[in-house]
Design a protein around this ligand. Structure first.
Ligand code: NAI
Ligand code: MG
Length: 316
């Protein structure tokens, strides 16, 4: 396995080394190589990613990614949004698990409101929301396969948006074809209901921005952003990253919660076919939290490094 390691910016540089250490502990034989991407690189040399970095990411079997800062600079394009498109990572898988919650949000990752087609005019700005039949069927099939034997919820605003009416039709047809039990909800009502009745939900499929918002909201069910991992999966590439961003408010303090990054590493292991390793990382994280070790976001006083060491110890 060739694993590209991209810490990125802010707390990415603190939590990714913890996740990388866990992978190295279980798979010292894999080839790990660092790749510099992000705002730091942009400040240093004027581009958030270069051709060489892009090639390195394309050559990797899996990417372990931290987070990148996207500054409010009009010339700056979000590098993670670009990478998801460039590597064809059409499925963003965001499991939200905790007591009474076992929900996976499957977010379309390459089109919708994040298609990148936008322009400014005097006094207005326009962002095009492109939803294609190919893209919608592809993500719906992916979600339906994950939902086998459980319920698939389709979240849209099909009552208002033509783009979502198309998405809805494709998702319903693919769910029917896959033979999974499905239901649909409007995304605003769904956001509330997921928080009120989380146990009802198993797999939710939705478009790009709605999935982005829903997953951050759902994070509140299980203790916040510091705990949530994600996988970005395509036919040829896969990238694993915490749901959270670079958290400039706590960056450099050594107190970022590395659990989301560790769980992202577990998803990487699972994707690589090492179910046992994935379960071992999950269990080590659970046991560490269960023993009362917590970073400040969870009300504790553990540092990122101390938490990571406790997890590594449990990995043996
Ligand atoms: P954020 O997720 O970085 O932070 C939101 C809040 O959650 C902050 O108060 C932060 O301290 C806290 N938090 C997040 N992760 C944490 C962790 N592991 N441990 C403890 N506390 C944690 O989102 P925000 O503030 O909206 O964005 C900051 C920067 O990150 C922006 O430049 C944004 O563009 C970027 N970003 C990048 C993402 C990516 O690379 N995929 C995703 C989301 C945001
Ligand atoms: Mg987000």
């Amino acid at each position: 396995m060739k694993v590209a390691v991209v810490p990125g910016d802010g707390i990415g540089e603190e939590v990714v080394p913890v996740a990388e250490a866990a992978l190295r502990r279980l798979h010292p034989e894999w080839d790990y190589f660092p790749v510099e991407v992000g705002y730091g690189r942009w400040k240093r040399c004027g581009a958030a990613i270069g051709a060489e970095e892009l090639r390195a990411l394309r050559e990797a079997d899996a990417v372990l990614f931290g987070a990148v800062t996207t500054p409010p600079d009009p010339d700056y394009r979000s590098v993670i949004v670009m990478l998801r498109k460039d590597l064809g990572l059409y499925a963003n898988l965001r499991p939200v698990r905790g007591p009474g919650v076992d929900l996976t949000i499957v977010r379309e990752n390459t089109e919708g409101l994040y298609s990148g087609i936008e322009w400014e005019l005097p006094g207005s700005a326009c962002t095009l929301r492109v939803v294609t039949e190919v893209g919608s069927r592809r993500i719906a099939r992916f979600a339906a396969a994950r939902a086998k034997g459980r319920r698939l919820t389709i979240g849209t605003k099909a009552n208002v948006l033509k783009s979502d009416a198309l998405f809805r039709r494709c998702a319903v047809e693919e769910a029917e074809a896959a033979g999974v039990e499905w239901e649909e909800k409007y995304i605003d009502a769904l956001c509330l209901d997921v928080l009120m009745h989380p146990a009802h939900y198993a797999v939710v499929v939705t478009t790009n921005i709605f999935g982005d918002i829903l997953s951050d909201a759902a994070a509140s069910l299980v203790g916040g952003l510091g705990l949530l991992p994600s996988a970005n999966i395509g036919d040829d590439h896969a990238l694993f990253e915490p749901v959270h961003g670079s958290a400039p408010d706590i960056a450099g303090k050594g107190i970022a919660n590395p659990v989301a990054a560790l769980r992202s590493a577990a998803m990487l292991l699972d994707h690589a076919g090492d179910r046992e390793g994935a379960a071992a990382v999950e269990a080590a994280v659970e046991n560490t939290l269960g023993a009362g070790m917590k970073t400040p976001d969870l009300g504790g006083s553990a540092t990122t490094v101390a938490f990571g060491e406790a997890v590594l110890e449990r990995l043996g």
